[in-house]
Design a protein around this ligand. Sequence first.
Ligand code: TRP
Length: 338
Amino acid sequence: MRIVSGIQPTGNLHLGNYLGAIRNWVRMQDEMEDGQQALFFLADLHAISQPHTPADLHKGTLEMAAALVACGIDPKRSILFNQAQVPQHAELQWLLNGTARMGWLNRMTQWKDKAGKNREGQSVALFAYPVLQAADVLLYQATHVPVGEDQKQHLELARDIAQKFNNDFASEDTPVFTLPEPIVPPEAARIMSLRNGAAKMSKSDPSDMSRINLADDPDEVMKKIKKAKTDPEPLPSEAAGLKDRAEALNLVTIYAALTDRSVEDVLREHGGTGFGAFKPALGELLVETLRPISQRFTELLEDREALDAILAQGAAKAREIAVPTLDAAYRALGLVRG
Ligand code: TRP
C-alpha cells in the first residue's frame, strides 16, 4: 500500500484547514503499518495554473510545510516535499499529455467551474491541471489517494490515463503504471466563519475575528471564541434544534471535531447550556489543542534551515522512488535517452 496525496499551498492557515485535509493526513500516517508508505506533497506546480503572486506562493509553500509538520506529519515516517523540487512530476506530465485526450479534460467539472465563461482566457496549465495530478500519483505507483469528494473525478481521470498508457505502450504482464484508488474520508467537518455561519472559515475573509489562525496565541483564541457570533438561546439537546442556528451549529461542530465526537453526542452532554458557559469550555479546548501546534508552527517558520532541510530530504526520497517509473515511461514510449 502506498498512499500519495497533495494539497495546494496557501498561507494564513486556520482551524478549518487543520480540521479538514491536514488532520486526515496525520491520521492516515499514524494508522500506517510496516511496509506501507505515505507521500504527502505541496502542489506548488499546480498553484501556477491560475494568476498568482510569486512572493505569496513562496511564503505559502513554506507556511503550509511548517503547518503540516506542526500538525503531526512526521518527516521521518512520511515523505513530505514540494513538487517543485521533484522535476519528475513535470516530466511525467509531459509524457502523459500524449495519452490524455482533450475530450476527457473538457469534461472535468473543476475546469468548467474555474474557467467559467472565459475558457479562451485561461492558462494551458489550468486545462492540463488534471494531467499533472495524474502524474503526481502515477509517478509513485500510488495504490491509494486520499482526496475530497471534489477530487474524485480527477482520480478517475488518472486511472483512465494509466489504463490507456498501459494498453497502448506496455505489455500486459508488465504495466508501467498502477491504477490508483481514491479514498474519500468520512465527511470532514465544515468549519464556518465565527462572524457568519453561512460562510466558510477562510483565509481571505477581511475580518481576522472570523477565523482561528494556527499562529494565534491563547489569548487571541479565547477572545475570538468569546466574541464569536451566536444567538441568545441555550444549546438544544438534539441536533434538530440547531436548524436555522448556523452560528450555534458551527461552535458545536468545532467542539465535536476537536473531541472526535458527533454533534449529537456533544449536545447530549451540553444541551441546556448557554453560550456564557459553552464558549469558555470551547475556548479552553481549542487553546489546549492548538498550543503545541502553534508553538511548533512558529518555531519552524523561524528556523528556515530546518524547514528547508525537511523539504530537501523529502524531495530526495521522492525522486528516488520516482525515477524508475519515469524511466519505464520514457522507454515504453520509444524515447532515446543516451
Ligand atoms: N487538486 C488537489 C486539490 O486541489 C491537490 C492535488 C494535486 C492532489 N495533486 C494531487 C491531490 C494528487 C491528490 C493527489 O485538492
